[in-house]
Design a protein around this ligand. Structure first.
Ligand code: AMP
Length: 221
């Protein structure tokens, strides 16, 4: 009986530790680089988003670079839990997928795939609220513009972009690039790291695989 008890205790430990994670990536995207690709984009039903970096997601990650996903299929996205945040999310977390929509599908995808892996730390409302609070603290466009880096279709060095963000936001970012319709490499996503409480930025324990050339375009939007 005692052995059975110990066995179930350790099983429980394995099951619950499987949901743990080491840090979050807080990922912002440049809408201009999402939209000028071959795939193109659709503006949300609320209209063209402002020309600012917008939120992609808040993603639990492991120090070895891997990440958990779709951790709890019983805890589906429920828009009623974030009604008070919806307006702010439309501004700062806009969907750009086609066909044009109100964002629920995008936010639902982010919660189901990533958010459910952080439910030991954050319920649905605090997950989205944490992302919005982090967004307020990390103004990427301002950091870049303060360093003379503007969305003007010119090329900038990856190093200068990283340094500008480090200076403005306080932490070294990871960058992701994609290609526009003509094949030019451009800045698409900016990764910052956050502690497991979802409240404080930290230096990244590990960076996503670099996909940028030395000089990349910052397209207008
Ligand atoms: P994820 O699954 O969270 O790693 O994000 C990748 C998925 O999110 C891809 O299917 C993207 O096309 C989609 N995605 C990224 N940004 C947006 C956006 N602004 N609106 C809608 N879908 C997006």
């Amino acid at each position: 009986m005692k052995a059975l008890f110990l066995l179930s205790l350790s099983l429980l430990a394995v099951v619950s530790s499987a949901k743990d994670f080491d840090f979050f990536y807080f990922v912002q995207q440049w809408p201009g680089s999402y939209c000028d690709t071959k795939r193109s984009c659709c503006y949300p039903v609320t209209g063209k988003p402002d020309p600012i970096f917008t939120i992609h997601g808040l993603w639990p990650n492991y120090n070895d670079g891997t990440y958990p996903s779709n951790c709890d299929r019983q805890n589906d996205f429920d828009v009623r839990e974030i009604e008070d945040l919806e307006k702010t999310m439309q501004n700062y977390w806009p969907t750009l997928a086609c066909p044009s929509s109100n964002g629920l599908k995008f936010w639902g995808h982010e919660w189901d795939k990533h958010g459910t892996c952080a439910e030991s730390q954050l319920d649905q409302h605090s997950y989205f609220l944490s992302a919005l609070n982090l967004y307020k603290k990390a103004n990427i466009l301002k950091a870049l513009q303060d360093a003379g880096i503007d969305p003007d279709d010119r090329y900038y060095s990856v190093e200068s972009i990283k340094q500008a963000i480090k200076r403005g936001v306080g932490f070294t970012p990871g960058l992701e690039c994609n290609k526009d319709e003509s094949g030019n490499q451009q800045i698409s996503e900016v990764y910052l790291c956050v502690d497991t409480s979802g409240q404080e930025f930290i230096e990244c324990p590990t960076f996503p695989r670099i996909s940028c050339r030395k000089e990349i375009q910052f397209p207008s939007f």
